[in-house]
Design a protein around this ligand. Structure first.
Ligand code: ZN
Length: 332
């Protein structure tokens, strides 16, 4: 779903805009309430965080760069990139005259956890992962020809389990055979096993444009008050769930997985997205859902069916998890 602000809607939004006070004492960031939502002036935020901003296409696309990161943004669009990895914003950027506004929720829950990653408390370590092979039993998931998502998610999870064990992780699975597990039971199993991280594994399918749509995407839980990518905007304002306690870790984990998947596997970068999937809402540890490729794409579907390609996918996921772990434990 693409969020596009029509000029009529935009004109209305700007008419109801109200200035707010600034946050930050030394570097003031001007804020504005637009249609009930808080936005910050992008150039103020950039200055406060040592980024320079310039248009790559006047009134269309911007680049923020610092010694540490490069962010690409588009006006009236939720599409963004951080260091070459696609990340979907919660709300499109708004341009008003010379001023570009970005939602405070995107600054706080999309960019700041990636630019200033969270850290574990000193001495704390990440050791155990609960893998959740999507679907199973009476729920086959996506089916394309003879290919069933439930079988492939279990195969990829088993490969991942083997590789993660070699990398020193303690690993458990929410199912180890072709049985049905209720969605709410899955994060519950992770909680019972005291898992530090929860990773749900899925494969995508699409009816239209099956020949052209392919690639990996990683989901984390939508922050309270924002719409999910997959909900057509109609769950805006949806509330807080247990999983929202880990908004920062969720985002950083999703990003590290997406980065490693798209850099190490020859697949398209479909970006980091947000959704209120059952398995993410109730997780009491950082949690993500990986859509590792499209069964509906004939080329990608064939690859996913091959053990060699699944080894490659698993290896990229292990690298993402290792990067996340070493960054989180850096405070030691
Ligand atoms: Zn699925």
């Amino acid at each position: 779903m693409r969020l596009v602000l029509s000029s009529v809607v935009l004109t209305w939004l700007l008419q109801v805009a109200q200035p707010l006070c600034s946050y930050g004492a030394s570097h003031a960031v001007e804020e504005m309430r637009i249609a009930g939502r808080e936005y910050a002036r992008l150039s103020d935020w950039a200055k406060k965080n040592d980024f320079t901003v310039h248009w790559t296409r006047r009134d269309e696309a911007l680049e923020l760069s610092s010694s540490a990161a490069r962010v690409l943004l588009q006006i009236h669009s939720p599409e963004a990139q951080l260091d070459g990895v696609a990340v979907r914003l919660l709300f499109p950027l708004i341009q008003q005259g010379e001023t570009v506004w970005i939602s405070l929720l995107d600054l706080k829950t999309t960019f700041e956890p990636l630019l200033f990653p969270p850290r574990l408390k000193p001495g704390a370590q990440l050791k155990s992962i609960c893998l959740d092979p999507g679907h199973g039993g009476k729920d086959p998931g996506n089916q394309v020809g003879s290919s069933q998502e439930k079988k492939l998610t279990l195969l990829l999870s088993q490969e991942l389990q083997a590789q993660l064990k070699r990398a020193g992780w303690k690993v458990s699975l929410t199912r180890t055979r072709d049985n049905f597990v209720e969605l709410p039971s899955r994060p519950e199993i992770a909680r019972h096993r005291n898992a530090d991280l929860f990773i749900s594994v899925h494969f995508n399918s699409i009816a239209a444009s099956a020949n052209s749509v392919k690639g990996a995407e990683v989901y984390c839980l939508t922050p309270a008050g924002a719409p999910s990518t997959n909900a057509g905007g109609d769950d805006a304002g949806a509330g807080w769930f247990a999983g929202n306690r880990y908004n920062d870790q969720n985002m950083f984990l999703a990003y590290e997985l997406q980065k490693n998947l798209t850099r190490k596997v020859p697949t398209d970068d479909r970006g980091v997205h947000r959704a209120r999937f059952w398995v993410l809402r109730d997780a009491v540890m950082p949690a993500v859902l990986i859509e590792a490729g499209f069964l509906s794409n004939p080329t990608e579907g064939r690859k996913i069916a091959s053990p060699a390609y699944r080894r490659q996918l698993a290896s990229a996921i292990v690298d993402g998890l290792s990067a996340y772990r070493s960054s989180m434990e850096r405070g030691l």
